[in-house]
Design a protein around this ligand. Structure first.
Ligand code: TRP
Length: 332
């Protein structure tokens, strides 16, 4: 079985965007791959995290992943900071990756904005840590959103340079599994912006913890345009909000936008939003309830994460120890 690695940051309550764009695609992979899924708290720390809530947020993300269908019997689920191999290999990769490579990373430019001098140096070397996450397991497949594609190319460049500089064939080439743009969920307030758990406006997103009433209210208030829905997907061009809502209904009902429009084309948004709300509530309520149940019993959840970390470390420690031997560190 091929080894798969992916990670998600515990920077807030997971959204419908995280669910449709990432988590939901991980679930079926558990059956035919050796899957390793990681709540990447080291990555989250690249921007300020309030220490009081950070641990709880990490636990909440783990609960969400389990509630969405990750199964500790079938995959390895753990917290990044619990497995020291990540930080050890990231340091080696900091010394392999070139500044010029990092300077090309568009996500850093976006996140740093005008304030380049004020962001943490962790944010800058974030892609090196991400490469370490994957290569510490010799994982070969990585499911991610298309915004992470450039980081995976960098991870391959790092592996190649390491192998070349040290004259080894140690780190394999990784294949990105880019989640379709169709699964890209946009903000409910602005159809050109990605739905984000860190957006200032809670009305811009559906959280996996939202109640049926909250979902109904957010969908009712979601930005639209005055036209009725088109009969065909070509009519969604230049209508980002309409396209987003149609895309969400298609994704949540395992359908395609063309099928949604065949059924609902010509309807006004009032009627369409009722259909959408009903589908979302039906799909998300069991997840919310399971998440609440898991969070009631920290003890069991934390024990599952410890077990996951033990399993992850058993794979990553020997690989990273070998990388340390290859670079020539004095063995302890
Ligand atoms: N950077 C990824 C994101 O924000 C999260 C991530 C961290 C990740 N390490 C990873 C994804 C390793 C895939 C593999 O979405």
């Amino acid at each position: 079985m091929q080894r798969v690695f992916s990670g998600i940051q515990p920077t807030g309550v997971p959204t419908l965007g995280n669910y449709l764009g990432a988590i939901r695609n991980w679930v079926p992979m558990q059956d035919d791959h050796e899957c390793i899924f990681c709540v990447v708290d080291l990555h989250a720390l690249t921007v300020w995290q309030e220490p009081k809530g950070f641990g709880a947020q990490t636990r909440e993300m783990a609960a969400a992943l389990l509630a969405c269908g990750l199964d500790p019997q079938k995959c390895t689920l753990f917290v990044q900071s619990h497995v020291h191999a990540h930080a050890r290999l990231a340091w080696i990769f900091n010394c392999v990756a070139r500044l010029g490579w990092l300077n090309r990373m568009t996500q850093f430019k976006d996140k740093a904005g005008k304030d380049r001098e004020a962001v943490s140096s962790g944010l800058y070397v974030y892609p090196n840590l991400m490469a370490a996450d994957i290569h510490a397991y010799h994982a070969v497949k990585v499911p991610v959103g298309d915004d992470q594609k450039q980081h995976l190319e960098l991870a391959n460049d790092i592996a190649q340079k390491f192998n070349h500089d040290y004259g080894v064939e140690f780190f394999p080439t990784i294949t990105p599994l880019i989640q379709g743009v169709a699964a890209r969920v946009m903000s409910l307030r602005d159809g050109t912006k990605k739905m984000s758990k860190s957006d200032a406006s809670d009305a811009s997103r559906i959280n996996l913890t939202d109640t049926a009433d909250e979902i109904a209210q957010k969908i009712r208030r979601a930005k639209t345009d005055p036209e009725p829905l088109p009969d065909h997907v070509s009519g969604l061009e230049d209508r980002p909000e309409a396209r987003n809502l149609v895309g969400i209904l298609a994704a949540i009902t395992d359908s395609m936008p063309e099928n949604v429009l065949r059924e609902h084309g010509g309807k006004g948004f009032g009627a369409f939003k009722e259909v959408l709300t009903e589908a979302l509530v039906a799909h998300l309520s069991p997840i919310r309830e399971e998440m609440a149940r898991l969070l009631q019993d920290h003890g069991a959840l934390d024990a599952a994460l410890r077990l996951g970390a033990d399993r992850a470390a058993a794979i990553a420690d020997p690989i990273v120890t070998e990388a340390e031997r290859i670079v020539g560190f004095l063995p302890r």
